[in-house]
Design a protein around this ligand. Structure first.
Ligand code: PLP
Length: 344
């Protein structure tokens, strides 16, 4: 049997048009976009064309987008870049944020956890959707604070609105785009300072632009509407899977089942079982799944995204995340459920 992949929240296979766009850019548009000769200017034109196309899809002005190499980088540039102007005041942060978001906040002397909101709060950080549970979160209503949204998991799965935030990040490889392409969006006028000096990206992110990755991202964005509607229909397949696994009365619980969730994510607690061992057994049986965020895999540390919801450490060690690609088939989910039934 071919291997089956249920780890779409970690990464997705690039769309065939993305592969072709990257290949073409590497073969034809390799010149430095900062160079003033014709080859360089052609590369520059291609980047700006991609920026306009992506900005239109997000409903923002092209000049508000900064191309980065990963959402991790974008979050570091954003949060550290706000720190010098705002760092004397506290940040209010959703405790289940991805480590890519929590790590740059270590520099802030005062961080309080949402839903707590200190009166003089400088910035609020609230992910749009959890990478581990798929739960969707609204931005808390705040005044006079920079509202940061990590849209990595929501993008291409559910509609993303930027009206309730001032800055947001997006990652290409979660939406059928290439690795090495991500976006930082900032509303104009934020009290933000660039950390990576250089003339590129209007002095906001120095370093020669990764043109193939950027053109690959633009190709992925062309398919985003279609991807989102395919993802919407994954919910029915996912729900049938959850109904099946919880019907066995084996202490299996779906985390966040009653909450508004991403349509492709099923975060399952196998109470009393070792999540790492089940993960390894499923891998041997041909199923790629996750014990939580990919960034935690390999480390035995239980996921803070689960303990934040009130689950204990033992429960957090008993969780597997199944995240489906947009074209998942019912028969594939049934094969996964059958394997879990054999192994639990
Ligand atoms: N934020 C969230 C919610 C994520 O799920 C991820 C990746 O798993 C990231 C940020 C980091 O994205 P990247 O891999 O582009 O650095």
């Amino acid at each position: 049997m071919p291997r089956l992949y249920f780890d779409a929240n970690a990464s997705t296979p690039p769309h065939p048009e993305v592969v072709e766009a990257v290949r073409r850019a590497m073969a034809e548009d390799w010149a430095n976009p900062t160079s003033t000769h014709r080859e360089g200017q052609r590369a520059r034109f291609r980047i700006e064309e991609a920026r306009r196309e992506i900005a239109a899809s997000l409903g923002v002005a092209p000049g508000e987008l900064v191309f980065c190499s990963s959402a991790t980088e974008a979050l570091h540039l954003l949060i550290r870049g706000l720190h010098s102007a705002l760092g004397d005041r506290p940040a209010a942060v959703f405790p289940g944020e991805h480590s890519a978001c929590l790590n740059p906040l270590r520099d802030w002397p005062r961080v309080s956890w949402l839903p707590g909101l200190p009166a003089d709060c400088a910035t609020v950080v609230q992910m749009a959707a959890s990478n581990e549970t798929g739960i969707l979160y609204a931005m808390p209503p705040v005044l006079d604070a920079v509202r940061i949204r990590d849209c990595c998991q929501a993008w291409g799965k559910v509609p993303v609105a930027l009206s309730d935030c001032d800055a947001a990040v997006f990652s290409g490889h979660k939406v059928g785009g290439p690795r090495g392409a991500a976006l930082l969006w900032m509303r104009p006028g934020l009290p933000w300072e660039a950390l990576m000096e250089g003339p590129q990206e209007r002095r906001r992110r120095g370093g020669t632009e990764d043109l193939p990755a950027i053109l690959g991202l633009a190709a992925a964005v062309r398919h985003l509407t279609e991807r989102q509607s395919m993802n919407a229909s994954v919910a029915a397949v996912r729900d049938a899977f959850e109904t099946e696994v919880t019907s066995w009365n084996r202490g299996i619980e779906v985390i966040g089942q009653a909450e508004p969730r991403l349509p492709n994510t099923s975060c399952v607690l196998f109470r009393g079982r070792n999540g790492e061992a089940l993960h390894a057994a499923l891998d041997l049986a041909g199923f790629a799944v996750s014990t939580g965020s990919a960034c935690h895999s390999g480390a035995v540390k239980p996921s803070h995204a689960i303990t934040t919801l009130g689950y204990g450490l033992d429960d957090a060690r008993s969780v597997l995340r199944f995240s489906m690609l947009p074209d998942v088939q019912t028969s594939e989910m049934e094969a996964l459920a059958a394997a879990i039934k054999r192994l639990t």
